[in-house]
Write a protein that binds this ligand. Structure first.
Ligand SMILES: Cc1cc2nc3c(=O)[nH]c(=O)nc-3n(C[C@H](O)[C@H](O)[C@H](O)COP(=O)(O)OP(=O)(O)OC[C@H]3O[C@@H](n4cnc5c(N)ncnc54)[C@H](O)[C@@H]3O)c2cc1C
Length: 492
């Protein structure tokens, strides 16, 4: 049987890993329009040979990630995870500096030291632990066959119990009095491109989980995971067609049966689309694209500098008026004068990324979409960010060897829907059963989907849960075919 994937993002790579482990005789081909695999899980390279992650930096759900890779027969020795503790530093404009630690009592003491709210934090952990236990199986680790699946009384009651009608920030008022703490435990919706003041509290389980399992780092950079999976897949006989832009997915008599590249028809028994789903819809024969709301855009700055950078591995540098800044970006569609700024300094724990005596630094800022580099230059936004870094890293400007910039318009040109970095926005109306599923259309057989804009959500291990749901669905619908090559197009 022959299966093709459109796009070599982590969703495809991991699904191919699972499929080839379970069914070694499957013929799998992955088409990727770029010259290398990984999609958003990629790297930026500098003239001095230094490399830094281009997209994902924070390894969440490390336990899940490891078990997922083991389940697909990925050699365990290939994945070296390093724990980052403190998880990160939060630095507020008013001068308050606050650390998150994995150890719950140490964290409670840190919160008591500054805010005298350690008990609120303990209550938060107890309650969220229970919510995560209930919510994971009910909403994350399952697929949906139709929207009405969500209307089961049990699920509706659970949604009420999890207070899905509250926003992530509003929900924090139940645990914390100080606004800085409410922000510290709700800003993580930004990891998936959602405004904490407008994103359902279900997504607010991210900060709970990172506190419980910690934040980890893949030795060699998160991007190295994509390269290593590619190597393993090649070893298993998977074909990679790079620089191959799929123009159309052919559907005949209600069945997807080919992809078209450079006008050439390549027949398959099944097609999995992995590019950002709203854009993939436009390639599929006979499908009327729906409208979706994109996630937030990001401005990304990447540096290589001389010497070590005096910053923790992860840091959030936050405005006093965080709510106002979010409103400016998400509601007014304007650049915030003092935006939240995330910095990632992996050279502190990984000397393999940059030549001796140099380091790399990654800076991410949520911004409105549709902006080009010149918008950030003329508005002074890039200068403002460099100035803020220099307040923490003496003589930063003078030490910069090279800077690279990625804007929302770069993301759009790369193929991210409307330049949103994280797939479709995490809104209730675009979540769970209301999100595109592994089998997106009841009327098209043999067409499947995986990726950040497909259920369950963006984020590397979460997209990989989507790959697991995809393989399950393919097995339900085509299981017999995996063992029956006589019904494959290759033998027709
Ligand atoms: C700036 C940024 C920071 C992030 N930070 C984190 C983080 O810290 N932790 C975390 O877990 N996640 C993070 N994420 C999210 C994570 O990177 C994504 O959720 C995940 O990598 C998406 O994988 P995907 O399977 O959807 O594929 P994608 O990465 O979207 O890849 C899809 C691939 O399809 C290809 N393609 C598209 N159209 C075609 C076509 N017509 N023909 C052939 N190929 C095509 C594209 O070139 C691309 O390579 C971040 C994302 C970004 C952008």
């Amino acid at each position: 049987m022959n299966i093709s994937f459109v796009g070599a993002g982590i969703g495809s790579l991991y699904a191919a890993l699972l499929l080839t482990h379970k069914y070694p005789s499957l013929n799998v081909t992955i088409y990727e329009k770029e010259q290398r695999v990984g999609g958003r899980l990629n790297y930026v390279e500098f003239e001095n040979g230094a490399r830094v992650d281009e997209g994902p930096t924070i390894v969440l759900l490390p336990g899940k990630l490891k078990s997922q890779l083991l389940e697909a027969g990925f050699p365990e020795r290939e994945l070296e995870l390093i724990e980052v503790d403190p998880l990160y530093r939060l630095r507020y404009e008013d001068g308050t500096t606050f650390y998150k630690y994995r150890d719950i009592e140490r964290q409670a003491a840190e919160i008591d030291r500054l805010f005298n709210e350690g008990d609120g934090f303990r209550k938060y952990m107890t309650q969220k632990r229970e919510e995560y236990r209930l919510g994971f199986d009910a909403f994350l680790d399952r697929g949906y066959k139709g929207k009405t699946d969500l209307f089961e009384p049990k699920l509706l009651m659970l949604l009420m119990r999890l207070k899905a009608y509250e926003t992530a920030h509003e929900n924090m008022k139940r645990f914390f009095k100080d606004e800085r703490l409410r922000v510290a435990y709700s800003l993580q919706t930004l990891y998936i491109g959602g405004n904490p003041y407008d994103t359902p509290s279900l997504y607010g389980l991210i900060p709970y989980r990172e506190q419980e399992e910690g934040i980890w780092y893949v030795k060699g950079g998160y991007f190295s995971l994509a390269t290593k999976i590619e190597q393993e897949l090649r070893r298993r006989g998977v074909t990679f067609e790079l620089n191959a832009n799929v123009e159309r997915v052919r559907v005949e008599q209600g069945q997807a049966n080919a992809v078209i590249v450079d006008g050439v028809i390549h027949p398959y028994d099944a097609v999995v689309v992995n590019g950002d789903f709203p854009l993939m819809e436009r390639l599929i024969d006979g499908v009327k694209p729906k409208s979706y709301e994109p996630s937030s855009g990001t401005l990304l700055l990447y540096f290589t500098v001389t010497g070590e950078i005096e910053l923790p591995v992860h840091q959030f540098d936050l405005p006093d008026d965080f709510a106002g800044s979010m409103r400016t970006i998400f509601e007014d569609g304007k650049l915030s004068k003092y935006p939240a700024m995330y910095t990632f300094n992996p050279s502190l724990i990984d000397d393999s990324l940059a030549p001796e005596g140099t380091s790399v630094l990654y800076v991410l800022v949520p911004v409105p979409r549709k902006l080009e580099r010149e918008d950030f230059e003329t508005s002074g936004a890039i200068e403002h960010l460099i100035g803020r870094i220099e307040q923490m890293v003496p003589a930063f400007r003078d030490r910069v060897l090279e800077m690279k910039v990625r804007t929302p318009m770069d993301a759009e040109r790369f193929g991210l829907f409307e330049g949103g970095s994280f797939g479709i926005a995490p809104k209730l109306a675009q979540s769970a059963a209301f999100k595109p599923q592994a089998r997106p259309y009841a009327h098209i057989d043999r067409l499947y989907a995986v990726g950040a804009s497909v259920h369950p959500c963006g984020g590397v291990p979460i997209v990989m849960i989507g790959s697991q749901l995809l393989v399950k669905r393919m097995e339900e619908e085509m299981g017999a075919l995996y063992h029956d090559d006589t019904r494959s197009v290759s033998s027709l």
